[in-house]
Ligand binder design. Structure first.
Ligand code: NAD
Ligand code: IPM
Ligand code: MG
Length: 366
């Protein structure tokens, strides 16, 4: 198969982790007879430096002309980077939000899965971990606070900032349907997360989710308030199958869920619309604190490439091969620094490796 892939390497660790995902894809191409053609697309801080804006119209067109986009991460240190002295619409993150919106990528899938080999990297107690857990965070990605009206102004001599959170019923219905569809292929449970005890948008969310649920009698569903969900993710993550939630809550809960899988460096993601197109990226950021050191974990990006093969190209066998290779490497005891056993856990049979080595090891096992 010929696969046209746009590649956004981005900033910080972005280029380091994307290199490893391409290494693995290269092996898949050789082994299974596929041709991956890459078009580099500038986005984020590197685009600001080169063009003055975080995402040009040409970059959007290049993404649209691709079958899928594989991305690393964008952004810098939000306290010290000069990019954050720019107006909000010129900052690196504005590029990512514009891309998500332009391509209508409303459904963000973030699978949080604890590999049994990584139990020692999970900060939770053994009795909480049990046989591990496997959840899918289904995050709405093109609405809510991220895309609402916003302004900062002086009112009666007082600086005042406003961000607004809006959802309409159609936006809620389409993500809810995706959530229930995914649940049908999994353990048939949806936890819809909102703040309906306070927010109007959450009350509408709850009403629409209940309407959608009627079409999925086999799926059991519950509503959970977001503050409780944040707590339950640490208390008993096994209870979750699909977590269905709005944009901002999903951003926060997915980082939390990633840590119980050992590290944010393990959490892959797919951002999808109504077509086969997808944007595939790790859920974590550009990690300015470790960028350039060659120690970032490339697994989330490699697993995002596997999601790309599965969802955009229907190459299930090849996606399985990548996932199995990741499992195998972990079984053999190889770890980047972020997934090393927690203090007090045994390091017997464990070898710490750098980013490129981890990519080589996985590529050699697909
Ligand atoms: N999709 C994206 O491109 C994306 C996502 C999140 C944050 N960001 C941006 O990244 C920048 C830094 O944000 P932040 O520091 O809050 O979050 P971050 O996710 O970049 O880093 C948080 C912590 O996790 C670690 N980490 C992240 N990815 C890792 C990996 N693959 N391997 C090992 N450790 C990893 C970092 O070293 C850091 O200690 C900001 O500009 C932010 O806007 C971008
Ligand atoms: C970089 C930022 C805009 C982004 C988000 O908040 O969606 C990131 O944190 C993510 O989780 O993909
Ligand atoms: Mg985030």
């Amino acid at each position: 198969m010929d696969c046209k892939i746009g590649v956004i390497s981005g900033d910080g660790i972005g280029p380091e982790i994307v290199t490893e995902a391409k290494k693995v894809l290269e092996q898949i191409g050789n082994k299974y007879g596929h041709k991956f053609q890459y078009t580099e697309i500038l986005m984020g801080g590197c685009s600001i430096d080169a063009t003055g804006v975080p995402l040009t119209d040409e970059a959007i067109e290049a993404a649209k002309a691709s079958d899928a986009v594989l991305m690393g991460s964008i952004g810098g240190n939000t306290s010290t980077s000069p990019w954050y002295k720019l107006a909000p619409e010129l900052r690196p993150e504005a590029g990512l939000l514009k891309l998500r919106k332009s391509l209508n990528l409303f459904a963000n899938l973030r699978p949080a899965y604890l590999y049994k080999e990584l139990k020692a990297a999970c900060p939770l107690r053994d009795d909480i971990i049990g046989d591990g857990f496997d959840m899918m965070i289904m995050r709405e990605l093109t609405g809510g606070l991220y895309f609402g009206e916003r302004r900062t102004e002086e009112i009666d001599g007082v600086m005042t900032a406003m961000d607004s959170l809006t959802y309409n019923e159609n936006e809620i219905r389409r993500i809810a349907k995706r959530g229930f569809d995914i649940a049908m292929k999994r353990r048939k449970k949806v936890t819809s997360v909102d703040k309906a005890n306070v927010l109007d948008s959450s009350r509408l969310w709850r009403k629409i989710v209940e309407e959608v649920a009627k079409d999925y009698p086999e799926v059991s569903y519950e509503h959970m308030l977001v503050d409780n969900c944040a707590m339950q993710l640490v208390k008993d993550p096994k209870q979750f199958d699909v977590i269905l939630t709005e944009n901002m809550f999903g951003d926060i809960l997915s980082d939390e869920a990633s840590m119980v899988t050992g590290s944010i460096g393990m959490l892959s993601s797919a951002s999808l619309n109504d077509t086969k197109f997808g944007l595939y990226e790790p859920s974590g950021g550009s990690a300015p604190d470790i960028a350039g050191k060659g120690i970032a974990n490339p697994i989330a990006t490699i697993l995002s490439a596997a999601m790309m093969l599965r969802y955009t190209f229907d190459l299930d066998k090849e996606a399985d091969a990548i996932e199995q290779a990741v499992k195998q490497v972990l079984k053999e005891g190889y770890r980047t620094i972020d997934i090393m056993p927690q203090a007090g856990e045994s390091k017997e049979g464990i070898t710490q490796v750098k980013t490129a080595e981890m990519g080589d090891l996985i590529a050699a096992r697909v």
